[in-house]
Design a binder for this molecule. Sequence first.
Ligand code: ADP
Ligand code: MG
Ligand code: MG
Length: 914
Amino acid sequence: MSKKMVFSFKEGDGKNKHLLGGKGANLCEMTQIGLNVPPGFVISTEACLAYLDSDTDELPEGVMDEVHEQMKQVEQATGKGFGDAENPLLVSVRSGSAMSMPGMMDTILNLGLNARTLKGEIKQTGDERFGYDSYRRFIQLFGKVALGIADELFDEEFNKVKESAHVTEDVGLSADNLRDISERFLAVVEKATGRPFPEDPYEQLEIAVKAVFRSWMGKRAVDYRREFNITPDMANGTAVNVCTMVFGNRGDDSATGVAFTRNPATGENKLYGEYLVNAQGEDVVAGIRTPKPIDRLADEMPQMAKEIEELRQKLEAHYHEVQDFEFTIERGVLYCLQTRNGKMNAAAMVRTSVEMEKEGLISRDQALLRIAPDDLEQMLYPRIDPNVRVTPLAQGLPASPGAASGHVVFDADRAEAEAKKGRTVILMREETKPEDIHGFFASKGILTSRGGKTSHAAVVARGMGKPCVAGAEGISVDVQLREAFVGDTVIREGDLVTIDGTSGKVYLGAVPTVEADFSAELNILLGWADEVARLSVMANADTALDADRALKYGAKGIGLCRTERMFNTTDRLPVVIEMIMAETTEHRKHSLNKLLPMQRQDFQELFETMAPYPVTIRLLDPPIHEFLPSEQQLKDDLAYLQQLRDSVRGLEVLSGTMSLLQTENEEFFMPQMVESRQVEEAIIKKETMLKKVKALYETNPMLGHRGVRLGITFPEIYEMQIRAILEAAVECDKKGLEIHPKIKVPQVCTAQELLYVKEIVDRVSAELEEGLGHKLEFQFGTMIEVVRACMRADSLAKQANFFSFGTNDLTQATFSFSREDAENKFLPLYNERGILQNNPFDVLDEKGVGKLMELAVKWGRERRPDLLVGICGEHGGHPRSIHFCHRIGLDYVSCSAPRIPVARLAAAHAALME
Ligand code: ADP
Ligand code: MG
Ligand code: MG
């Protein structure tokens, strides 16, 4: 007894997409809930795989018998006969796999027509033209899809008839013309295959089914699956759907169309779609005629409009999801031919989630779960101010979301040079190549005149989160002339343009942009997410500006503030350098005293912005030579100055040299009086600095003199920072603000290190509390980013109130990969060869790094049950890693501002999917 492989729409299990394919399962489901689907049946994916597996060209045993059985039922239901000369049954043969692969395999329409049934069809419809039109469409589709005959051979004959009949539009062809075309098409088939066109409908059907099955391994389908990473277990062969033909081209009471139950661009709760009167489905897709918006149907066919509205309600009530459906109206009767979940942009997903929940169509959990967290990020990019009326200059592909304005530059070097001068630039090129990468870093946005959404420019820009418009073909770029042309308009290097990577539009000039607004619906949705999530989401933020944004996106605190960012601003860097250059502790303290009030101010602003949420501040982490110029830079400067010394006699007027003679920031490039004495002094300064840089040189800075090791060798640096934090806390305390500062120490590997810093904290806080008269509220904790710290979690937890995983460093340390070398030299190959599934710097390595984390959490909490544990590396914003953090019981994740909504939703998903 062989397995059942063919299922009527009345019996197939609508939930089993694996067996019936998406289209087939939904045809079954719709039939069974009483929607008007033309009768038909599904041949399963199992039949497909068995056919592809066998060495013969035969369908699996019994399949055609089952098909005969099913066809009898369809004949009964329709009152027509397959191959019947009086009242013929015609069917469509349609493919459909578990994953939707749009347009991958062609559908054959009107199968069952032959010289005899055609006469019956004409008699039944009383429409000769319609009959021949259906016939010639069938012969061509069957010839192409089932027999593999090139379209051109048919088109050639078609055009010959059109020409000799002096007709320009297909609709102008008469019944006679179409008969002529049909006969020519039959001849084309006979010539190409060496055999006459198959007349027996069952033979036609068998050939068609095999062709659909074979198309599963065809180049188009295989390429598509590779491109979209569809693995065999996700899409396991294709099913074949055999469906009674209905005709939207039977006159003015017939039509065909496609619609969404809600607007997929905005989410608005209103039918959205298009239709064509007196047409077949393929006409809509082929774009031969322009369809009308669905709103118009209410005027043209009021009864049908009413029924489609009912269909819309029934579909949503059943699927609890926005549907994208195909319908056909044959002489006043509405049929539904296909439905599937609607694909929408993020804004529409969010709006429909909130509204469907309010309507009682879905639960809150479903409202959250139907949105992929990563998609939320596109809602957070700046866009063109909607209140400004502007006409675009050119249209390209929306390759990476967001809007940006800047001065046009035509190559990457120029982009870098201009950006260094502080200009905002848009890199405009015909297409980009890997060697342009520095230009991407320097630009606000990328514009190319060639290439698609997967071009180099598009992929790289998306990776960097920068706006990109690709393939704006109306623009021709002339790098030699340093100009670009759009029609009569000339864009010169330096001109301002605005690009909108969300819409693909390009504008001349700087069009005002607005920060993406956090829609009311998004706020509601994320509010629900916070209610179910166990992990809380904090931000990586270094400035009050960052903190503002993080708050707006719903961060519940700052999980990581990197103090070195504050050291790097132009007004502070000279003081920082002076501090590093100091020969004695006394001198260093002197410079640190200048930095103290600045840092205190920074922290106070952060605390005030975030109150009453916690703010976690990491003490200085990078090696201090990072703040000094590079060795090469200094050598170049010295060479220049020495040359200058040789040419300067006494007092001279010079230009362009002052930058090297000064330490403070003043206007450069002004003609100045220069004394040779000044040059001499400058040389000495540079030489000392060079000596320092050489002394500080490290073979491997990532593993060198950094983090807490600095705090121990230069305790005065950490003391200054600790003082700044606690003094800022005192200021806030005096204002009556509720704040929760947390001090964290980087790169710790032993409890002794932590203890050393803690003593400074205790000393400073005791001193300040004495003045204040009461205790200060703050916490002390450690980064866990070194393997040894994981192993010593128990003893570290004795000293620390909290742990914060730095998974970037921890990943480097666990693999012994230095990130840059790994990513540039061997990780891509590892990935290609399947040695590593993912780049562990992108996707947290749960088995290795994760295992260490798990142990650290366990041992830490055993020592200190209320130990707070979070993660602040890049991984903290990635949904998969967030699921993992949830599973191992972390308290929070911390990520950059644009990832906060993503992380909030992912945290909810983690809790719901547990
Ligand atoms: P695709 O997956 O490319 O949408 P379909 O199988 O849905 O392929 O069919 C292609 C076109 O043919 C669609 O417009 C569809 O509505 C139409 N079509 C398919 N089957 C029938 C049928 N039995 N009667 C009328 N039109 C049909
Ligand atoms: Mg379809
Ligand atoms: Mg680190």
